[in-house]
Write a protein that binds this ligand. Structure first.
Ligand code: 5GP
Length: 193
């Protein structure tokens, strides 16, 4: 997605050859017009997948997932990283090791908001080692629903997440695929569509 690649080139910063900082438009400040375009792009890519619901992970997945849900006309729900007093029963849970925070979170989702038999699109902001996305697929499947695809805003293609998801049979659509991170240059995988 050219608009997203341009924004990453313009506002993204490589903190190392492994970590990309995009807090100017996705992880802290959020660019609503870009999120709207991202929502439209996900809706276009998954238009034949008969999606019933979108599932994402708080907090940075919420903006792109909500715009995609709005565009597709389906509900969306975000998995929680912390237990809340109001979210205690009927949960499905999975452990996710965070690449950026270097800690394990138990993520959870209420069975009330992912129903058996639903076709679910999993969306997340980044794909690195695949932990977060795989955790989300576990939650969806534990609730008895089906993962119909995984939509990622920024994939770091030099890390193994994509291969792990494909190996497990999931369809992966990433809107920007970063091939290499260098201090003054960010390059993308050439995609022929
Ligand atoms: P994974 O679980 O695939 O290893 O990593 C994905 C999660 O870690 C995402 O939800 C995202 O929050 C975070 N993450 C991984 N790599 C990066 C990165 O380079 N930059 C930022 N901002 N977040 C990342």
């Amino acid at each position: 997605m050219k608009q997203l690649e341009d924004k990453i080139r313009e506002k993204g910063r490589a903190l190392s050859d492994q970590v990309l900082k995009v807090d100017a438009f996705l992880n802290h400040q959020v660019d609503p017009a870009l999120m709207q375009a991202i929502g439209k792009e996900f809706a276009e890519r998954f238009k034949d997948a008969q999606i019933d619901r979108i599932v994402t992970l708080e907090s940075s997945g919420i903006a792109p997932a909500m715009m995609a849900a709005l565009e597709m006309g389906v509900p969306f729900v975000f998995a929680r990283k912390r237990k809340s007093l109001t979210l205690q029963d009927d949960l499905v849970e999975a452990d996710v090791y965070s690449f950026t925070k270097q800690e394990t979170n138990r993520i959870s989702l209420s069975r009330r908001f992912v129903l058996p038999g639903e076709r679910v699109l999993v969306i997340d902001d980044f794909l690195a080692n695949g932990e977060a996305a795989l955790g989300l697929t576990q939650l969806v499947e534990a609730a008895g629903a089906e993962v119909s695809g995984v939509g990622i805003v920024i994939e770091k293609s030099f890390q193994p997440g994509r291969d792990k998801l494909i190996e497990r049979g999931y369809r992966v659509e990433s809107l920007a695929r970063v091939a290499k991170l260098e201090k003054d240059h960010i390059s993308f995988v050439e995609v022929v569509r």
